[in-house]
Write a protein that binds this ligand. Structure first.
Ligand code: HEC
Length: 130
């Protein structure tokens, strides 16, 4: 009985650890969906590739866990710099819901993504770009 429990624990731990490689609760399908959405909605202004260019917006590679407005060499709005939020699923989702209301005065001219599943998917995709 004890043995069975231990095996169960080990399995659970393995599952948790492999999930932790991505952000919490991101399934591979969400990352894929997010990649497609990123291409249509964000890709005109952002690259998320490690050696990607700075476009109208900053490079978003390694964004997850980074503080807003902190990528060296990009000219952020004062609003983005003083926001000082750490980019995690929650903050990303809030930001792309309506950029101007989460960071009043941001230079990001994006109206917002209405679909909550889509926002989560984009967050999942970005959390995997590290
Ligand atoms: C029309 C161009 C444009 C589009 C489309 C756009 N962005 Fe941006 N984005 C910007 C600009 C410009 C900034 C810098 C904002 C500032 O300094 O206030 C920015 C900033 C950001 C930041 C903050 C980065 C940092 O280093 O703190 C995130 C996160 C972000 N964008 C995500 C997205 C996502 C996700 C999408 C798609 C859903 C998107 N953006 C669509 C132009 C764009």
């Amino acid at each position: 009985m004890l043995h069975v429990r231990k095996t169960g624990m080990a399995l659970l731990l393995t599952l948790l650890t492999s999930q932790a490689a991505l952000a919490a609760d991101c399934a591979p399908e969400q990352v894929q969906k997010g990649e497609a959405l990123f291409a249509t909605d964000c890709g005109v202004c952002h690259s998320a590739k490690a050696d990607g260019p700075t476009m109208m917006g900053p490079n978003l590679h390694g964004l997850y866990g980074r503080k807003s407005g902190s990528l060296a060499g990009f000219s952020y709005s004062q609003a983005m710099k003083t926001k000082g939020v750490e980019w995690q699923l929650d903050s990303l989702e809030q930001f792309i819901t309506q950029p101007q209301s989460f960071v009043a005065g941001t230079y990001m001219p994006y109206v917002g993504m209405a679909d909550a599943d889509g926002r989560r998917a984009v967050g999942c995709f970005l959390s995997a770009q590290k």
